[in-house]
Design a protein around this ligand. Structure first.
Ligand code: ADP
Ligand code: MG
Length: 225
């Protein structure tokens, strides 16, 4: 119980801190990118200088990704609060992820079967779902596979099940999920699961992980009404 308490304290702190930091950093990043792009179009610069500009733009883009992850997860809860049954968000995020899935030979199977209404932040929920889908697809990068997304209700809860047939995780890897910057990917930020846990926590829900190496992973989110 003590560990749980510390965990949610830590999440609140990180969430508040990152909100202000992300806002402050995003503007200078955008401005710098803009000027570098202008510079890149100059006819007087050498090939070598062009290369440096392109590296800089790449790095700025990476910084922007990190900030976006933070920003989405730190968004104040009152901003986009709605009372709904998730259907619009489920449909929207499924459609967004399909091109990314196709790119990696992943087929998406989706079913929505519930009618429960809860209060939630629209953007935050979308970001949370996309983070889980992306992780699932990225776990199948090698050989493709299936991503199952199922929503239904049981015992006055909304249940969201997200299953992939990817590389899976062992016990130790599962226990690292949600730790800031924990990533096994070269291009990973290690912030996706932190955002997922934070969102579920804010909705007073729980999340279960079942995983087996080389078999796949199931994330089950329970959201109380
Ligand atoms: P990132 O995706 O940027 O690496 P995340 O916080 O989203 O950061 O995920 C952290 C790590 O958890 C991933 O790098 C990966 O090792 C592991 N992980 C998350 N979801 C899955 C999954 N569905 N299958 C296998 N590993 C996963
Ligand atoms: Mg991720």
């Amino acid at each position: 119980a003590r560990e749980k308490y510390l965990n949610s304290e830590r999440l609140n702190l990180i969430s508040e801190l990152s909100a202000s930091v992300s806002h402050e950093i995003r503007n200078p990043l955008t401005v710098t990118s803009g000027f570098l792009q202008l510079l890149n179009q100059s006819v007087t610069i050498t090939q070598e200088e062009k290369k440096y500009i392109e590296y800089s733009l790449q790095e700025l883009k990476r910084a922007e990704t990190i900030v976006s992850d933070f920003l989405a997860f730190a968004k104040p809860q009152s901003e986009n609060m709605i009372f709904s049954n998730l259907e619009a968000e489920m449909e929207y995020t499924k459609n967004i992820i399909i091109p990314y899935a196709n790119m990696h030979q992943v087929e998406v199977e989706y079913s929505f079967n519930n009618s429960l209404y809860i209060h939630y932040d629209k953007n935050q929920l979308q970001q949370c779902l996309i983070n889980l889908y992306k992780n699932g697809i990225e776990a199948m990068k090698e050989n493709g596979g299936m991503l199952f997304i199922n929503v239904y209700e049981a015992n006055k809860s909304i249940i969201i099940k997200i299953r992939d047939t990817g590389i899976g995780m062992d016990k130790e890897e599962i226990s690292r999920l949600g730790r800031p910057y924990y990533s096994t990917k070269t291009e990973g930020t290690g912030l996706g699961m932190l955002m997922v846990y934070s969102t579920v926590h804010k909705l007073k829900g729980t999340i279960e992980v079942e995983s087996e190496k080389r078999k796949g992973t199931v994330f089950t989110i329970f959201l109380p009404v």
